[in-house]
Design a protein around this ligand. Structure first.
Ligand code: 5GP
Length: 190
């Protein structure tokens, strides 16, 4: 994924030692060609796993999850984020802290959209502390579906999320692994 790394170097903005802005290719503006290529990469890595649905969390995960679902020929389901304390009976729901917004939101997926027959692939844009991933994994577990694995475009290795997911025995594939954002520079792990 040298092309992705090049784009991150050229277009990413290091906001702090913890945050990398990728507004030009992933989080605000989206490059459709790059997204389709990354989607095909995830699809190749997980092909043969009998995936029936791709799931993500709105909104930043949608473009890459769409590209992956398209390449696999399966539907994409995106969890909605809601800022309400009300439980909704027909929805599977988890409360997660939002890394970038500094608030807590509920993520919800309709019980009609994933079920015990599904083999689910979780796809997202960036993993930091892993709260979004952990929340979504709990929702998938409660639906009775089988989580086949997770594919995330950017792994910030210096934060705990990716390791925590792997420690749960979940197969996690990431396309760019960032070791550090110190001194305003993106340093990749490999
Ligand atoms: P986590 O739940 O793993 O702590 O954070 C995951 C979500 O927060 C990602 O889906 C992403 O949208 C956002 N996020 C985490 N770290 C960064 C970052 O460095 N830059 C940007 N733009 N978003 C981030």
């Amino acid at each position: 994924m040298d092309k992705l790394k090049k784009r991150i170097i050229e277009e990413g903005v290091v906001v702090s030692e913890e945050v990398l802005k990728l507004d030009k290719l992933l989080n605000h503006q989206v490059d459709p060609e790059l997204m389709m290529e990354l989607g095909r990469e995830f699809a190749e890595r997980f092909r043969g796993e009998g995936i029936t649905r791709v799931v993500t969390v709105e909104s930043s995960g949608i473009s890459i999850a769409f590209a992956t679902a398209y390449a696999l020929g399966v539907p994409l389901v995106f969890a909605r984020r809601k800022k309400t304390l009300l439980e909704e009976a027909d929805m599977l729901q988890e409360r997660v802290p939002s890394f970038t917004k500094g608030i807590v939101t509920d993520i919800l997926i309709s019980r009609d959209l994933i079920n015990a027959q599904d083999r689910v692939l979780f796809i997202d844009d960036i993993i930091a502390n892993g709260d979004a991933a952990k929340g979504l994994i709990k929702i998938v577990e409660r639906s009775g579906a089988k989580l086949v694995g997770a594919g995330i475009v950017v792994e910030k290795c210096f934060q705990s999320g990716a390791q925590a997911i792997r420690d749960q025995g979940i197969r996690l594939e990431t396309l760019a692994k960032i070791k550090s954002l110190e001194n305003g520079q993106v340093i990749f792990a490999e």
